[in-house]
Design a protein around this ligand. Structure first.
Ligand code: FES
Length: 333
């Protein structure tokens, strides 16, 4: 599912470093783009096409609040060490041209709930900024928990503090117990989570223990972040073996090798990128939220957009039809 053209032209109008590793990009749309084409609601993102190691690749970035007509704003965390998408974004200069998509939204904010809990981890704050702003404008009953590994990674903290006051609860450098905040929510309240897969797993566990409806927990992940190890991949059908470096996802590596790969969300949520595992010498770090715990334990498939390996893995690179069947099954779970 490679995207040849994303449909809208934009120019980098302003760059602003929010933290040492998070940069805001203000993008000016071409003058002929009508406002209806770039209007969006909280939780929306855009796709951005950028060259990564000589190949055009697509990345997804949540939209930040931006009141200026003809502009869209995103923030990108620079991965270290890296030669991937974030590094390519950070090489952009003011005035550079970009191909972007119209705003898309798979993380809608439902405005009918009696209360809300917003939970962000690190750069996962980006889609929740516009949600917090909208909830505040509507005098909604809500709280936000914002966690980061260190205080420097609390991007937009001052803006949030001004906006939310005592509704904002920050946690730096330690695991978060989500149970008390979830227990304090009235019946029918919703939670919106954006953060690493481990954070989402903790929230899901606490949410489930309190018998909250799964449909009221909405989330986005960025499960490919934070890799420390390279691993080896064999593709017998392509007679290929290669290494996946820490800064690159397995999906990126497949594309770089010229292996056609199907994908959708690139965040471990849709399952479209699932590939059959033929052999495993080591272990899989399943970082997706698509497969069940039982399926993950079986190690028969891997979501190549986010999951990683300790050791060596052999994949069936022709595997496709089963993936589609798995998604059909999942949609009826
Ligand atoms: S592309 Fe959606 S789970 Fe990998």
């Amino acid at each position: 599912m490679k995207i040849a053209s994303l449909g809208m032209s934009a120019q980098v109008a302003h760059l602003r470093d929010i933290t040492p590793t998070v940069r805001e990009f203000s993008l000016r749309l071409a003058a002929d783009v009508p406002p209806a084409a770039y209007s969006w609601q909280p939780g929306a993102h855009i796709q951005v096409q950028i060259p990564v190691q000589g190949q055009l690749q697509t990345r997804h970035y949540s939209l930040l609040p931006c009141d200026e007509p003809g502009m869209l704003s995103i923030a990108v965390k620079r991965a270290e060490p890296g030669r991937g998408g974030s590094q390519a974004m950070w090489r952009l200069q003011e005035g550079d041209a970009l191909s972007i998509s119209a705003p898309l939204n798979h993380f809608h904010l439902d405005l009918k709930a009696p209360a809300y809990l917003l939970i962000a981890g690190g750069i996962g704050i980006t889609p929740l900024l516009s949600m917090a702003r909208q909830l505040k404008l509507r005098y909604a009953n809500f709280q936000m928990i914002y966690g980061a590994r260190d205080a420097q990674e609390l991007a937009f903290h001052d803006d949030l503090k001004r906006l939310l006051g005592d509704r904002l609860h920050t946690v730096v450098g330690s695991a978060i117990d989500f149970s008390p905040a979830i227990a304090a929510l009235p019946t029918g309240a919703q939670a919106y989570v954006c953060g690493p897969a481990g954070m989402l797993a903790s929230v899901r566990e606490a949410w489930g223990k309190q018998d909250r409806a799964p449909s009221l927990l909405r989330f986005e992940t960025f499960g490919s972040a934070g890799a420390e190890h390279a691993f080896e991949v064999n593709l017998p059908r392509h007679d290929l073996s290669f290494e996946v470096s820490p800064e690159m996802s397995l999906l990126d590596a497949l594309e770089l090798q010229g292996v056609s790969a199907m994908y959708g969300c690139r965040k471990g949520e849709c399952g479209l990128c699932a590939v059959r595992v033929l052999a495993l010498d080591g272990s899989i770090e399943h970082r997706d939220v698509f497969f069940s715990e039982h399926e993950k334990h079986s190690n028969t498939h891997i979501c190549v957009c986010v999951s990683r390996v300790r050791g060596r893995i052999t994949l069936d690179s022709a595997y496709r039809s089963d993936a589609i069947a798995a998604i059909a099954t999942s949609s009826t779970r």
